[in-house]
Design a protein around this ligand. Structure first.
Ligand code: SF4
Length: 762
């Protein structure tokens, strides 16, 4: 998921460049690509009112930041499958039968039905799922409307991808830091594998850092392309990240490689941490991770002595049964080595004071404490819920000037699994209305069979979408959504950083497509609370948000590439950290208050099940696709026509399957089909299952759901207690027991595979 562009804003402002000349009849727009989660600055070329080309930025700082998904966007968004008008379900839920209606007709019915559900079951019976990366943003307006209505049950894919990292980072030092790629000396990638066509700007930043001599350490079970370029590669067992970091801490503390002054002056709990770390001697860590103890020690020494070093955000540690401990261990490594809020280290930038941020737009203060405590997941897995983040209100006000910092939108949300259980009628109270925006929830969270049951049990489902996804096929209403080519955007790094960029609208949306701004404005109106979204247009709303700059939105978009406040370092010396103690809490007072171990720990795997001899990891995506999207674009499908699993030759032989075979990957929850690609870069018994596969060309409606029941990896993602992180309630996706079995030939049996021996595993 998300990974804002790493850059030094001053360098971009200072960059001297001329815009490339354009052909007669062509105008250009400066835009931010939203075809994936990383927000490249690009240029849109417009001819006769339509975007005909996306090319890279003229600014030399951004010029290499573009990939095939961005380039193909104008064609992908002009695809005949695009939903152009509101659709209302006319058959049974899941029948796939819809008729065209107007926005007015849709909103009249949706408002009436939602009000009835709220009157009968309470406002908490309304849940919303969205990922800001798919919609660019909903500007915080979704939370704003929900907070006024009284529902705390907002969920997002950021629950298991960056949003949860942000929330857990706050437990240690009160904010979510961003690595200073421009002057760091050492980068640590934990399973993360940025490439030319995936996390492109991050890839470019890493290459630049290496070119000027920065070291690269990669932890990854696979010999990934990043691993091949690393100074040190630790091929650890999938899901053993937390154990590995205990090994690093053991070396760093035993050899006194940490920053003693910072630890003495600015941290709490070092002695307790030391005791816990002593439970993990290198021999034990070597056993838990499968790595050589000397290599573990060497990597720890490089990280601690060649710094300042950075550990960039990674989705991998976000998705494990030890996720909270893993993320906390990252924060502890950064802290005790003295890398927090220093040049070349991990920057705590706070909000930009001139821009009204989305946390403010959300108006969390209007939701009563009683409703906040009803947030699903609060009781058992509170880390990122209102309850878990409650104690940050005062310190966040003290340091960052406001009570609610909803960093990466992940700091005050319901737990997805608990929400789907409530929707399925198995929770602490019923949820009967479900809205999703730019989101394919059926396939985007763990336990797809549960989510399907949950959706079939709803009284009202509303989807704001561009294409007929498997989830949209189960909706009562599908409202057509605009795209990033068709609307302006303020990109505020989702509250993570203080740099702000702007994207111009390049063309009008087709048909009746409307933006998330208009969606939420109309929902507020349909609920008889139009005053909650008082701005007439998105431009008016943006003028309100940028008023503190002294400029209008139109001025900023025309003359400002990046709006930023000068990076400041060690601001904690003036304000303290945004934790209850004002210090870096190596031992977390808040986790202790919530009833959890205040120190990180490592939960080993549950007992081995002999019926499932392999382990799989999922969450990975192929370069032409972002999450569950883009499968309808011929140029993208040609590059990757079918889902592929990867095994090495030995494991494939043991499973009785061979290169190009259709196989089934199965576990106790479900099964998926895929083509086998043999990759020697995979370790023994590890299976890579790609994320988010369905086929838009297949039959719509229940039964097939356009192939979601055949291919969607969410069918294998368990959310039973052994496979959930305790503190956050997020699923373990990195090392799930499974088996690979041959599948009778289907479709394009023995379809041509792109895989080749000895390629890196992506
Ligand atoms: S990496 Fe590609 S898809 Fe993602 S924002 Fe950049 S150009 Fe767009």
């Amino acid at each position: 998921m998300p990974a804002p562009v790493p850059f030094d804003p001053q360098e971009i402002v200072d960059a001297k460049y001329e815009e490339r000349p354009t052909r007669e009849g062509v105008t250009t727009k400066r835009m931010i690509c939203a075809a994936c989660d990383i927000a490249c600055s690009v240029v849109g070329e417009v001819q006769k009112g339509r975007v005909t080309k996306i090319r890279s930025s003229d600014n030399p700082i951004f010029k290499d930041n573009i990939c095939m998904k961005g380039i193909v966007a104008p064609k992908g968004l002009a695809h005949p499958n695009r939903i152009l008008h509101p659709l209302k379900r006319v058959g049974e839920r899941g029948s796939g039968k819809f008729e065209q209606v107007t926005w007015e007709e849709a909103m009249g019915d949706i408002g009436g039905r939602l009000k009835k559900i709220i009157a009968e079951y309470g406002p908490e019976a309304w849940a919303v799922s969205t990922s800001q990366w798919n919609t660019s943003t909903d500007h915080g307006l979704g939370r704003r409307v929900m907070n006024h209505v009284g529902s705390p049950n907002w969920i997002s894919g950021v629950a298991l991808c960056a949003g949860n990292t942000a929330a857990v980072n706050r437990f240690t030092y009160g904010w979510f830091p961003f690595g200073d790629f421009s002057s760091t000396n050492c980068i640590v990638l934990m399973g993360h594998n940025p490439r030319r066509h995936s996390w492109t700007p991050l890839y470019n930043s890493i290459r630049s850092a290496q070119a000027r001599g920065a070291k690269l350490i990669v932890m990854d079970p696979r010999r990934s392309s990043s691993a091949e370029r690393a100074d040190i590669w630790l091929p650890l067992k999938a899901g053993s990240d937390a154990a590995m970091m205990f090994g690093w801490l053991k070396v760093i503390i035993d050899e006194e490689l940490y920053d003693k002054e910072f630890v003495a002056n600015w941290t709490l709990g070092f002695e307790d941490l030391k005791e816990r770390v002593n439970e993990y001697p290198l021999e034990r860590v070597a056993e838990l991770t499968g790595c050589d103890p000397e290599m573990i020690a060497e990597a720890a020494r490089v990280y601690a002595t060649s710094g300042p070093s950075i550990i960039p955000w990674t989705p991998i540690t976000d998705m494990q049964r030890n996720s909270t401990s893993g993320i906390r261990l990252q924060t502890i490594l950064r802290s005790i080595c003295g890398y927090v809020d220093v040049p070349g280290g991990e920057l705590l930038q706070g909000f930009n004071p001139d821009i009204v941020n989305e946390s403010t737009v959300e108006m969390h203060h209007v939701l009563s404490d009683e409703q906040k405590l009803k947030q699903l997941g609060s009781k058992d897995h509170p880390a990122f819920t209102y309850r878990g983040q409650l104690a940050f209100r005062e310190p966040t006000q003290r340091v960052y000037g406001q009570e609610y910092a909803n960093l990466v939108t992940g700091c005050h949300m319901a737990t997805p699994s608990e929400t789907f259980r409530a929707m399925a009628g198995e929770g602490e109270y019923p949820v009967k209305a479900f809205f999703f925006l730019g989101n394919n929830p059926l396939m985007s969270y763990a336990n797809m069979p549960l989510i399907h049951k949950a959706m079939m049990n709803q009284d009202l489902i509303v989807s704001h979408e561009q294409f007929m996804t498997p989830s949209a096929q189960l909706a009562d209403y599908i409202l057509p959504a605009d795209s990033w080519l068709e609307r302006p955007w303020i990109h505020d790094m989702f509250g993570w950083m203080s740099t702000i960029r702007f994207s111009e609208k390049a063309m009008d949306p087709p048909g009746d497509c409307k933006s998330t701004f208009e969606f939420w404005k109309q929902i507020a109106g349909a609920l008889d609370m139009p005053e909650v979204v008082p701005w007439d247009t998105i431009e008016d709303f943006y003028d309100y948000r940028v008023a503190g700059t002294g400029k209008s939105f139109a001025d900023l978009i025309s003359d400002t590439e990046v709006y930023f406040k000068k990076p400041a370092f060690k601001t904690y010396e003036k304000t303290g950290f945004a934790t209850p103690s004002g210090k870096v809490e190596l031992k977390s007072s808040l986790l202790e208050e919530l009833g959890f171990d205040p120190l990180p720990y490592f939960r080993e795997d549950p007992p081995h099940d002999k019926d499932y001899p392999q382990k799989m990891f999922t969450g990975v995506r192929e370069d032409p696709y972002f999450q569950t999207g883009h499968r309808h674009i011929p140029e993208m499908r040609a590059r990757c026509p079918e889902p592929q699993i990867y095994l090495n030759e030995k494991t494939a032989k043991a499973a009785g399957v061979a290169e190009g075979d259709w196989v089934s990957v199965e576990n106790q929850l479900g099964s998926v089909k895929a083509i086998l690609a043999v990759k020697d870069a995979m370790p023994d018994d590890l299976v890579r299952v790609p994320h988010g596969w369905w086929k838009p060309e297949m039959k719509q409606g229940n039964g097939s759901l356009s192939g979601a029941w055949d291919y969607s990896d969410a069918q294998l993602c368990r959310d039973d207690p052994d496979y959930l992180d305790h503190e956050q309630g997020i699923p373990h996706l990195k090392g799930i027991p499974c088996r690979v079995v041959p599948l009778a030939a289907e479709g394009p049996a023995k379809a041509a595979s792109n895989a080749q021996h000895m390629e890196p595993a992506e």
